[in-house]
Design a binder for this molecule. Structure first.
Ligand SMILES: COC(=O)C(/C=C/C1=C(C)CCCC1(C)C)=C/O[C@H]1C=C(C)C(=O)O1
Ligand SMILES: O=C(O)CCC(=O)C(=O)O
Ligand SMILES: [Fe+2]
Length: 378
């Protein structure tokens, strides 16, 4: 398929949801109203009986032999059965969690003209706006996003790093360094939980790609009609998500065909397995579909770090996890190609991962966009 220039993508006018909220329209604009099947279910019908596992990181880094062993077993169960867990005693400076939260809120509270100095161009993924919108008839999320590529340096677009609030860049740098260390450590324990050598992912990933996304969900007068963020699995290897106390509960994950709300635990971080780990483990550890819902009166902020293999790395199921009982479910592919596929398609539940499935009918279609996954910087 011939590449389509980004300028040919027609997404129509995308309302800024904070501005919409200020204008208090009597009805929700049609582009935000979901089809009946997609709408959030009332809180009373959500799965109440289960909650995502909690992993105590301190037991992994400084626990005695028995504590370490138990926590590794818990980690294995969390990755296998849930694809999601909350990590406590993670070692990231709590003041830094507070600062990134405050800085992100200050950014979102700036006047629209200031935020629009860093626009997310249609079909791209960095800057301020709505990502993953590719057509005029696609439903929109009730969310304002701000995203930046962090590592390696070449994915950065310096023009998109905000000048206000004054400490924005410094705080993002500090936070991202800590988040990177946490991902590296978690991947070490995830490898051990699979019975593999601790450095297997680090060796395989090369210089890992890292990005940060801040999602701001204003209150919505009809939370029953809209979604804060469309259902998707993350295209990363691992995702770290910060949702702070005091905001509304918004993250939901799909387990046994039911949406399970993720209750924020003070000072904990939510971790989820991304598509790359699902592929590398031949489906043993799952990248689970999740979404965000909105609240009638309360706003919500989430800060998300994506950590993924280098774009030049080829991945496929690790041979240790393939045998006659677990035949190979995914093909080998270049992660850069997957990234391109991921960022040039709308969020569509687990469907994006069909790209990697061995017998998927659409599996190796060329991406319709001519830009690299991190966007054009000119
Ligand atoms: C929902 O997932 C994402 O939004 C996402 C985006 C990541 C990116 C940026 C915000 C800017 C720089 C490029 C990059 C694609 C890393 C998820 O990240 C995952 C998805 C893929 C694919 C990946 O490599 O990381
Ligand atoms: O806001 C949330 O809780 C979900 C965010 C998320 O899934 C994402 O940014 O990929
Ligand atoms: Fe996500």
């Amino acid at each position: 398929m011939a590449p389509v220039p980004i300028s040919l993508i027609k997404v129509g006018h995308i309302d800024d949801v904070q501005e919409l909220r200020k204008a208090k329209p009597t009805t929700i604009p049609e582009r935000f109203v979901r089809d009946r099947t997609e709408r959030p279910v009332p809180a009373t019908t959500l799965s109440q009986s289960s909650s995502i596992p909690i992993i105590d990181f301190s037991k992994l880094i400084k626990g005695n032999k028995e504590e370490f062993h138990n926590e590794i077993l818990q980690l294995a169960a969390a990755c296998e059965e849930w694809g999601f867990f909350q990590v406590i005693n993670h070692g990231v400076d709590l003041n830094l969690l507070e600062s990134i939260d405050k800085t992100a809120m200050e950014f979102f509270m700036l006047p629209l003209e200031e935020k629009q100095k860093y626009p997310m161009a249609p079909g791209t993924i960095q800057g301020y706006g709505q990502a993953f919108v590719f057509s005029e008839d696609q439903k929109l999320d009730w969310c304002n996003m701000f995203a930046l590529g962090i590592e390696p340096q070449y994915i950065r677009n310096p023009k998109l790093w905000p000048k206000r609030p004054a400490n924005f860049s410094e705080t993002v740098e500090l936070y991202s360094k800590e988040a990177r260390k946490l991902c590296q450590n978690l991947l070490k324990y995830i490898a051990i939980s699979l019975g593999l050598k601790g450095d297997v992912f680090e060796k395989l990933f090369g210089v890992a790609v890292q990005a940060i996304r801040m999602n701001y969900y204003p209150p919505c007068s009809r939370p029953d009609l809209v979604l804060g963020l469309s259902p998707h699995s993350d295209g990363s290897a691992l995702t770290v998500l910060q949702q702070r106390k005091g905001y509304s509960v918004g993250l939901q994950i799909l387990k046994d065909e039911k949406w399970v709300p993720v209750q924020p635990i003070p000072d904990a971080l939510v971790i989820n397995i991304g598509d790359s780990i699902e592929v590398l483990t031949n489906g043993k550890y799952k990248s689970v579909e999740h979404r965000a819902v909105t609240h009638k009166e309360k706003d919500r902020l989430s800060i998300v770090t994506f950590y993924a293999p280098s774009y030049d790395v080829e991945i496929g199921p690790m041979q240790e996890l393939v045998d006659e009982n677990n035949p190979c479910k995914y093909r080998r592919y270049n992660h850069g190609e997957y990234s391109k596929h991921y960022v040039t398609n709308k969020l569509q539940g687990k469907r994006t991962l069909d790209f990697a499935k061995t017998q998927a009918s659409n599996s190796n279609k060329e991406s319709p966009l001519s830009t690299p996954p991190w966007g054009n910087h000119n």
